[in-house]
Ligand binder design. Structure first.
Ligand SMILES: Cc1ncc(COP(=O)(O)O)c(C=O)c1O
Length: 411
């Protein structure tokens, strides 16, 4: 494996300079990953996957637009140089801050519920809107990220579209976009069904539709044995849909992809320092205890997600199955867990305090989902620019930075 995220000396230097836990992103990899989507008419990056400014800027420079879901993400996208016209705000609901920002910037909204249409019309008046459709089925790497079907809170239920058409006309809204995103970590089993489900939607909104979005969700091969996502098949089925719909409506429709994970997953690692080891006796487990925890990267705890973990600079020291656990006062604070917390040890050497581990493929939903649980800081983030230069992109954020203010408030 090549590239800066596999350069052990560089990662060790960065950890020494900026402390751990530390996220490191390879911006050249982000830029390269855009290539996966070359067959689509346009690419809209789902900012929630990783909202680091360096990542956002790289994708904007590569020609992507963006999808945002909060006032905070809008601010970050603007700071990275995206124009309001480059953004779509996806909303099953809008909180107060979002409503204000969407109104002030006149953002295009992808409405995920019928009530959203009422809000969009009252906030922005007559104008263009996209509909996020729940086609009645979904798929994902975990039940928790399946975003279609009767038990998903996302999207406008497919049987409501006729009523929605009538209501958008009454409100003076033009439905220019149709969007579907059935889940994250798709294997591609339901592509035909999803494309077919859009036939009806395109027919209903044929007078106004200009763009169809197939959403994101394309899976990333986290394990060496995982099959890479079959983009050729996925794209060709959607492109055939686009051509069919374009012919039916008498103008060329745009086909947009809205990925998060596949653009950034392999472009990030989390470097963490070993603080000690312990064992739980015969038939038990051996733990490597590190300074990153589920406050730094929550995917194993949340989904039983696998992330390959490697010891930095360990050469060919002998390995044995080991658990890797963090510093939080929570027994679930373990990186090596499968579904429902099942132990999933990985081969690692014995490690001494001060040595480093690298948790791989955390560019998507890693730092973006980090928290300050146990009053611990959010990790710092370093970017490696395409010319090889590494730079601190965001310092660690200490929740105690407002401690004095909190004390004042309590007086
Ligand atoms: C509306 C929407 N679009 C795109 C994405 C990106 O999904 P992924 O990162 O799996 O590609 C998501 C993720 O949840 C989403 O909710």
């Amino acid at each position: 494996m090549t590239g800066p995220l596999h350069d052990e000396d560089l990662l060790a230097e960065l950890a020494a300079a900026h402390g751990t836990p530390l996220y490191v992103y390879d911006l050249a990899a982000v830029r390269r990953n855009l290539e996966h989507f070359h067959a689509f008419d346009s690419v809209r990056y789902a900012v929630k996957a990783n909202s680091n400014l360096g990542v956002l800027r790289t994708l904007r420079e590569g020609g992507a637009r963006c999808e945002v879901v909060s006032a905070g993400e809008i601010a970050r996208a603007l700071a990275a140089g995206f124009e309001p016209g480059d953004m779509v705000y996806t909303a099953d609901l809008m909180d107060r801050r979002a409503r204000q920002t969407v109104r002030d910037l006149r953002l295009h909204v992808n409405a995920g519920s019928a009530t959203m249409l009422e809000q969009v019309a009252s906030l922005c008046g007559p104008g263009d809107v996209t509909l996020r459709i729940n086609p009645g089925f979904g798929e994902g790497h975990d039940e928790k990220v399946t975003t279609g079907g009767a038990h998903s809170k996302h999207g406008i239920w497919h049987e409501e579209l006729v009523a929605v058409l009538a209501r958008t006309r009454e409100l003076g809204l033009r439905v220019t976009g149709l969007h579907v995103h059935i889940g994250s970590g798709l294997k591609g089993r339901l592509v035909e069904r999803t494309v077919e489900a859009m036939d009806n939607a395109v027919a209903l909104f044929q007078e106004t539709v200009t763009r169809v979005s197939c959403g994101g969700g394309m899976s990333f091969p986290y394990r060496a044995a995982d099959e890479p996502f079959d983009m050729e098949r996925f794209a060709s089925l959607w492109l055939a849909g686009r051509d069919r719909w374009s012919e039916a409506v008498g103008r060329r429709l745009e086909l947009e992809a809205e990925p998060g994970r596949l653009l950034v997953a392999d472009a990030g690692v989390l470097v963490t320092e070993v603080c000690g080891m312990k064992s739980t006796g015969e038939g038990g487990a051996t733990f490597v205890l590190v300074d990153a925890g589920f406050h730094s990267m929550i995917r194993p705890l949340l989904y039983g997600a696998f992330h390959r973990i490697a010891a930095l600079g360990a050469g060919d020291r002998p390995t044995s199955p080991k658990m890797v656990a963090g510093p939080l006062c929570e027994s679930a604070d373990v990186f090596t867990q499968g579904k429902a917390g099942a132990p999933a040890p990985q081969p690692l050497p014995d490690m001494a305090p001060g040595e480093l581990l690298v948790i791989h493929d955390v560019g998507a939903y890693g730092a973006a989902m980090a928290s300050c649980y146990n009053s611990r800081p959010l990790p710092a983030e370093v970017v490696i620019h395409p010319d090889g230069e590494a730079a601190l992109a965001r310092p660690a954020i200490d929740p105690n930075q407002f401690l004095e203010r909190e004390q004042e408030l309590l007086r």
